[in-house]
Design a protein. Structure first.
Length: 703
């Protein structure tokens, strides 16, 4: 008899033992997991095959629990590995992660393109005895996802479809490599102080470091420094954005701008033909699947009903933003003249960031760095948890000693109802660790709510990961206001995951929530950062215990809508261009994608794109990411979250009793129902009507 070693990775349930999931453990057990899952899948296939040939109609229990179990085992184990790879990276872990990943991808594809499972799901939908709306939604999502991957096609059509998918994958990799290389290949060496005047110390350090990396020297042959130069500016965002924002030298700003907007648009790294081929192949695939165009495929799984609905929303925002954007442009020009430009000065695209920053300082004089002292992490958490108690009647309690953690800075919290009953938990990994932790902030699922047989319920557990400023010496982690907003944002995603009451994990929390609605719960929380009581509870000086003054709070409030006409218009321009490229443009069109973009720019920009502006050639969101015909989702979800917050404003944010009542309603609908109902239905249950753009227009200062 062979004894099988118990494995921390194959446990497949409960909280992970992070310290036991070592590179060896992963190398040894991921292949075992895949083998085991293949056996389970084969067994399920045999059973379904047999049932399909003997039974007219399948039941939910015939298919779904087994299918879920296979997917969940994979998600649980690989989820732990991916999580550690993101937050505790090491060269060994990275290596085993990339060695094992193709096996995981292969198995996932096998599952997603499984003919028998597709047949079984179709049978369930058409003849099955399905009990409720949630089950119907879950099955429909599975079916449409599989259909859009070409599973319903037969013979030659399928082969053609698959070869197009492969070509598309290849093209999007080339597209993004071209953008990366074009960004990397261009740089400009600056030797004179007049060329870098205005740049803050931190930006100069970055440019001097880049010069050093490139082997540049001072005239005396020394290494570059922030104060002596030389400096090398480039097109990567950490160098490009500060340069455009602060560099006083207009001519250099122009040169850098022209290089930036023409990235990947000529020579060897030209994306123009790639864009046309991608759009053409997507179109052809859409037709194969019975859709008119790619836009319809994208919208088939989203909250937005159709292209027209998206256009209506964007048009409402455009009409509101346009007059403000025009005014903002005039204000920028006046600001430039006030500060030394002559009377005939006209604003060019390379002037916008620079004069915006000057004007912002004139109007608000906000010192973001100084403000940090008022936002120590523990104080912010206190205010956040208290807000959640007021709104959703939950209590958050730290329990970091009770569970295994992956790093000493990580904390663990339980979430309870006011009657002390535990309903969920979350990990919080707040600080930046550049050497071992991926950048950005995110919420991920550790465990999903799942009601098993009897009263056995698995409670949801979330990972909340941020990258904020760590504590230094005697100072606690002092957060920038932006970091506070990020924490509230991720906590909003976490609340939707943790306060779900859906018993089917496939639709619990954020699962099965349409992509354009998923940022509702997160952005909703951001609105609370500046609400009177919340800001008074989170903004207390870590040392002096003084509250932030009313005038500073007001500056924060006002600065939120600064230049928002221009910012809104920019997003609309991108969203509409993305939408129309995927619905109107085809290979036989008489115009190029760039020309189509320029036509749209007439109504969606206030400064015409210059001839070199080949923005599409670097629009990776839609040509190398998942946003094709979905870029509008940013604005769509913002409309929902603003409108949801407006429900509280209408009742009066200081009216505790009303806030509590509406909070309960929000918890019982948006946070509780997750993906079990259509987002329109969920929103209507909360708001009593469908969403409106009014609140976002008001919040953006565009009314
Ligand atoms: Zn988010």
């Amino acid at each position: 008899m062979t004894s099988i070693k118990p494995s921390a990775l194959l446990k497949g349930e409960g909280l992970p033992d992070f310290d036991k999931v070592t590179p060896n453990e992963i190398t040894e057990n991921i292949p075992r997991l895949i083998k085991d899952l293949n056996e389970k899948l084969n067994k399920l296939e045999r059973e379904l095959d047999q049932k399909l040939s003997t039974k007219n109609s399948l039941t939910w229990e015939d298919v779904m629990p087994q299918l879920y179990e296979i997917g969940e085992k994979l998600r649980w184990s690989w989820g732990v590995v991916s999580h550690l790879n993101a937050v505790c990276n090491s060269s060994q872990l990275r290596e085993v992660h990339s060695t094992q990943q193709p096996k995981i991808v292969r198995f996932s594809n096998q599952l997603a393109q499984n003919e028998i499972i597709y047949k079984a799901l179709s049978n369930l939908k058409e003849h099955g005895r399905i009990k409720n709306e949630t089950q119907i939604r879950i099955i429909e999502t599975e079916l449409i996802t599989m259909k859009n991957k070409g599973i319903g096609l037969g013979g030659k059509e399928k082969t053609l479809f698959n070869s197009r998918s492969e070509r598309l994958a290849e093209l999007s990799t080339t597209f993004s490599n071209n953008v990366l290389d074009a960004t990397k290949n261009w740089s400009l060496l600056l030797k004179k102080h007049s060329e870098i005047e205005g740049l803050p110390e931190r930006a100069l350090e970055t440019l001097a470091f880049a010069a050093k990396e490139a082997g540049d020297k001072t005239e005396e042959g020394n290494d570059p420094t922030a104060s002596s130069g030389p400096w090398r500016v480039g097109l990567d965002l950490p160098r490009y954005i500060p340069f455009q924002t602060y560099a006083k030298n207009r001519l250099v700003r122009e040169r850098v701008y022209r290089a930036f907007v023409s990235r990947a648009s000529d020579g060897k790294l030209n994306n123009k033909n790639i864009i046309e081929e991608i759009l053409d192949l997507r179109n052809k695939q859409a037709r194969q699947l019975g859709y008119k165009n790619w836009c319809q495929i994208s919208l088939a799984t989203k909250m937005a009903e159709n292209e027209e609905a998206v256009e209506i929303l964007l048009e409402e925002l455009r009409l509101a933003a346009m007059p403000h954007a025009k005014k903002e442009l005039i204000q920028l020009r006046e600001c430039a003249k006030r500060n030394g430009e002559n009377d005939s000065f006209e604003l060019s695209p390379w002037d916008v960031s620079f004069w915006s920053e000057v004007l912002r300082k004139e109007e608000y004089d906000l010192d973001q760095e100084k403000l940090r002292s008022w936002f120590p992490l523990d104080q912010v958490l206190n205010g956040l948890f208290n807000l959640c108690k007021r709104l959703f009647e939950i209590e958050v309690e730290e329990a970091s000693d009770s569970v295994p953690l992956w790093h000493k800075d990580v904390r663990f919290f339980n979430v309870k109802n006011l009657d002390d009953q535990k309903i969920a938990s979350f990990y919080l990994d707040p600080f930046s660790r550049p050497a071992t932790k991926r950048g950005g902030a995110w919420m991920d699922e550790c465990l999903c709510r799942n009601k098993k047989k009897g009263d056995n319920i698995i409670l949801p557990v979330a990972y909340l990961v941020c990258n904020q400023t760590p504590p230094i010496a005697d100072k606690p982690s002092l957060m920038s206001f932006e970091e506070v907003e990020t924490l509230f944002h991720e906590f909003g995603h976490g609340l939707q995951h943790m306060l779900t009451t859906v018993n089917y994990p496939q639709a619990a929390g954020i699962n099965n929530v349409e992509w354009d609605a998923v940022e509702l719960a997160s952005q909703f929380m951001e609105n609370w950062c500046l609400e009177d009581q919340t800001i008074s509870e989170i903004a207390i000086h870590w040392k002096t215990k003084e509250s932030l003054t009313e005038s500073e709070i007001n500056k924060l409030r006002l600065s939120r809508t600064f230049n928002s006409g221009l910012a809104t218009l920019r997003q609309i321009h991108f969203a509409l261009t993305d939408l129309k490229l995927h619905s109107q443009w085809n290979k036989d069109s008489s115009i190029s994608p760039d020309e189509l973009r320029r036509q749209l720019a007439e109504e969606t920009t206030v400064l015409d794109p210059i001839p070199e502006d080949q923005f599409l050639c670097a629009f990776s969101h839609i040509f190398a990411g998942g946003y094709a015909s979905g870029y509008y989702s940013y604005k769509w979800a913002e409309v929902l979250s603003s409108d949801a917050f407006a429900a509280f404003e209408e009742a009066g944010l200081s009216n505790q009793e009303e806030v509590r009542k509406i909070g309960k309603k929000y918890r019982d609908s948006i946070l509780s129902l997750g993906g079990s109902r259509s987002p329109n239905q969920v929103f209507k249950q909360f708001r009593g009507r469908l969403p409106s753009t009014k609140a976002l227009i008001r919040h953006s200062g565009l009314d």
